[in-house]
Design a binder for this molecule. Sequence first.
Ligand SMILES: Cc1cc2nc3c(=O)[nH]c(=O)nc-3n(C[C@H](O)[C@H](O)[C@H](O)COP(=O)(O)OP(=O)(O)OC[C@H]3O[C@@H](n4cnc5c(N)ncnc54)[C@H](O)[C@@H]3O)c2cc1C
Length: 374
Amino acid sequence: MAAVSTVGVVGAGAAGLAVATFLADAGVRVEILEKSDSPSTLGSGITLQGNALRVLHQLGVWERMTEHGYAFNDLGLRAPNPEGTVVAILDDVQTGGPELPATFGMYRPTLAGIMRQRALDAGVVISHGKSVHSLQDIGDGVQVTTEDGAVLHYDLLVGADGLHSTVRRSIGIDVEPQPVGMGIWRAFVPRPDEVVRTDLTYGGRCFIAGYCPTGENDMYAYLVERAQDRHGHKDAGIMAELAAAYGGPWNDIRQSLLDGAPVNYTHFTQHVVEGAWNRGRSVIIGDAAHSCPPTIAQGAAMALEDAAVLAELLIVSDRVDEKLWEQFHSRRVERATEVVKASTQLAQWLLDGERDADVPGLMGNLAARLVVPA
Ligand SMILES: Cc1cc2nc3c(=O)[nH]c(=O)nc-3n(C[C@H](O)[C@H](O)[C@H](O)COP(=O)(O)OP(=O)(O)OC[C@H]3O[C@@H](n4cnc5c(N)ncnc54)[C@H](O)[C@@H]3O)c2cc1C
């Protein structure tokens, strides 16, 4: 018998959909409150590492994902020259175990759609247009008030409401995401035949030029630059101009940009809540609790792991008490902190132009840690 009968989850992102599904599978009544009016059909690609795939496999969506995405087990490095010369192809660690690929690229809205359908099939109620305004701990539960004035009660509330979490602020945690000093252009474009894995180019006009195949016919490409005031920018021309420094598949990518491929621009942030992630019966997970620059592509992986561990503890425990929160804290905070620190360190080395940094050492140590399930 799970420790709770009803759970409210704020946010229908990766963290919210995963925790809701795990709990609903165990017989808990779960409602997701999502502020957007409808499921998002826009977006770019996502790079999922093995440890993220392990949770998605546990969730029962891996087989459906393989009908859409693109799996690979290596990582290429290219020179920032007009030919885009391949200088190394490195074996990547299969952090989700040998039966799952090291890396899987996917179109974000497709992944979101698969996870959403799985949650609905498990009996999760997903209420759109419900923006959480405030909450109040009432001892053996939480009272939630939404912007439209609805008052709802749950045995437990999970704040999976992302970077600018209302739940985090409402429960008095005053940690906020901090800018890292980098901005990223991302474009969703047709996949040239020679793109069969992620290749990264360090240097040239940008800190990083990279891409990840997301299916037989598509991929996403990205350029990371020093942060500039370009929020909400959708001008593919600027990205095409920056891409002019790179060769190989970038010649095709540049043409797709000039043909009007959709692009977006956003800044990197980092933060981690080092103390407890709960106050009473409200708890935050995913980007609400931590964020990292996607230099190692671990943000969604950490969000999914948070969801799996929280659900597991709620299902095997017969009460919500300090012991449960201590177990959750000890299984999540150190691991997430390590990921945030490593991702931020990599970004800082690039910003500082550090040439002798031990990047392989940093990546290797982290991968060795992530191979061990959360
Ligand atoms: C540029 C960039 C690239 C990235 N690339 C990768 C990558 O390749 N691989 C990877 O693993 N990670 C990547 N990440 C990180 C990853 O996107 C996030 O870590 C992950 O999406 C977090 O999921 P989440 O469910 O915690 O939050 P979100 O996906 O942000 O979901 C939060 C949800 O809560 C809803 N919400 C917010 N406030 C309220 C409210 N008050 N009431 C109700 N609903 C609310 C929002 O509408 C949203 O649907 C990247 C991040 C960035 C910025």
